[in-house]
Design a protein around this ligand. Structure first.
Ligand SMILES: [Zn+2]
Length: 98
């Protein structure tokens, strides 16, 4: 359908060097920018695991670090909304794929 969101399981997505989700330990080897711009992750960027929906942030070495409740509470409101929206999107896509 014309207004369907892009399929986040298919390219183009930025390949990652095999990062494990710090929550569920599943391999996250691709990333999609929230604006679907094909931008690659940078340190400090936020992430939502495609498998479990947990929030993480990219470290200086581009590893994933679990976002704690305290970390989340300090985020700007717009970032909180964006993460929650992305988590909802992940769960919607997962339901469609599984
Ligand atoms: Zn996970």
């Amino acid at each position: 359908m014309k207004n369907d969101p892009p399929n986040i399981f298919d390219p183009p997505a930025a390949p990652l060097p095999g990062l494990l989700c710090p929550a569920c330990r599943r391999l996250n080897d691709q990333a999609e920018a929230a604006d679907f711009s094909n931008a690659k992750p940078s340190p400090g960027d936020l992430s939502v695991c495609i498998y479990c929906g947990e929030f993480a942030t990219y470290t200086e070495g581009l590893r994933l670090k679990l976002l704690t409740e305290d970390d989340f509470s300090r985020l700007p409101h717009a970032n909180k909304l964006e993460l929650l929206h992305a988590k909802k999107f992940v769960f919607k896509i997962r339901r469609q794929k599984l």
